[in-house]
Design a protein around this ligand. Sequence first.
Ligand code: FPP
Length: 244
Amino acid sequence: MKLPNHIAIILDGNGRWAKNKGMPRSYGHVVGCDNLEKMCNTICEMGVRYLTVYAFSTENWKRSQEEIKVLMNLFRRYLKRCERSAKKNQMRVKIIGDPGGLEPDIQRSICELEDMSRDYDKMFFQIALNYGGRDEILRAVTRLAEDARQGKVPEGKVSEETFDSYLDTAGIPDPDLLIRTSGEQRLSNFLLWQLAYTEFYFTDVPWPAFDKKELAKAIEKYNERDRRYGGVKGQKPEEGASCL
Ligand code: FPP
């Protein structure tokens, strides 16, 4: 069984899972949080090197003030707890997204967590907070244009490598497997550039119920996929061949 080098997960379905149990949505988020800690440990023990999760999007601010407050308090608690997991798993943690839109104390916790984990290299864990794929691309283009104006970017066509280096995920390989829990089959503005050749796996299981067994199913399906990256199996690219 081949392990994906990088798994990305859209953590969806906390609210519906809780509602089905006759509980408030906030209960789903609490259990979703605990599950993230558990699954992050599991994924690390399996030997997967990169994990990226979508926790809060640039569009999630449309939710009620009450729910946003619950989520922000959970993130506060999680960022502190994550220092323990980072140490245990020898895991470097990075927050992707626009931290400027978050409360100052959350921004401080992010800096502390990133700082304390910066030398770990067994696993690399990215948490998308106040993240939007389009927002990330626009922020990257803005910085790239400014650097180009100052002559810091090679003249001419911008290469994929150069553009990559301006994204929040600079230095992180693209995901091999994207999992979305809870039945929806869309990207919801997650890693729009990075998912170009990623294999997608959608499951009806909501995030709080997504466990090691469900993860094994996703990896099994991933192993059945034939990744050709636009090429043809068994055929080597010919020199000077035109690519259609
Ligand atoms: C998706 O469920 C969950 C969210 C948008 C909230 C954030 C995720 C967590 C709290 C899990 C832990 C993450 C971190 C980083 C601590 P939903 O509310 O969209 O559920 P629904 O689709 O059923 O309404």
